[in-house]
Design a protein around this ligand. Structure first.
Ligand SMILES: C[S@@+](CC[C@H](N)C(=O)[O-])C[C@H]1O[C@@H](n2cnc3c(N)ncnc32)[C@H](O)[C@@H]1O
Length: 193
């Protein structure tokens, strides 16, 4: 069974390693997020990526931060700058279902979440459902070929090839693959029409 991050360890989601290696604004921009865009951050945690996304989309855009743990989302809301309240909405999701309409998003982010589910292909399918045609899915996750630290034990990680296969079977076209940070892979895909 896939291993989920313990809520008690949530401060790791904003540690110095992340701040040095994973710049949220740079990653969102790589996926095409811009002023007026709609983003869905699936498995948003405490909002390390969602809050900067709300800066990028500006007052005419929208960010949905979805997570299965309401306590993560409560933490996110507590740290949310007042100006962002109307453009960032938290959404409590279930394992393979985000309660948002089809084709709502220009960009969907799945950051360090795919390795936490038993059936990553079902979660990728759900991400695809949320994307507008031409919209992009950005996936970040731990490379099992690289020893920790940082990150979870290698046996808890998800092979990049498994993810790429899931993408191919979910109406998504693979756009690029690259290392995003030491021990972290990035896969970018586009929703076909
Ligand atoms: C390692 S944390 C990453 C958080 C955030 N994406 C980041 O990179 O800062 C994984 C998060 O995904 C959430 N999660 C796990 N399985 C999920 C699922 N099936 N759907 C939505 N969220 C999920 C967990 O509750 C946790 O908040």
């Amino acid at each position: 069974m896939a291993h989920k991050m313990d809520f008690a360890n949530r401060d790791r989601l904003r540690d110095s390693w992340r701040r040095e290696h994973l710049d949220p604004a740079t990653l969102w921009r790589r996926a095409g997020l811009a002023s007026g865009s709609t983003a869905v951050d699936v498995g948003a945690g405490i909002g390390y990526f969602s809050v900067p996304a709300a800066d990028l989309v500006g007052p005419t855009g929208k960010v949905y931060a979805a997570d299965i743990l309401p306590e993560m989302l409560a933490d996110l809301r507590a740290a949310l700058p007042g100006a962002h309240a109307s453009r960032l909405e938290t959404v409590t999701s279930t394992e393979y279902s985000v309660p948002l309409p089809d084709q709502i998003a220009d960009v969907v982010l799945l950051s360090f979440v795919a390795h936490e589910v038993d059936e990553p292909e079902r979660l990728i399918q759900e991400c695809s459902r949320l994307l507008k045609p031409g919209g992009r899915l950005l996936v970040l996750d731990w490379d099992p070929a690289v020893e920790p630290p940082p990150g979870p034990p290698t046996e808890h990680r998800l092979a990049e090839e498994t993810l790429v296969k899931a993408i191919a079977s979910a109406s998504l076209a693979l756009e690029s693959r690259r290392p995003a940070a030491p021990g972290v892979y990035e896969v970018l895909a586009t929703r076909r029409s």
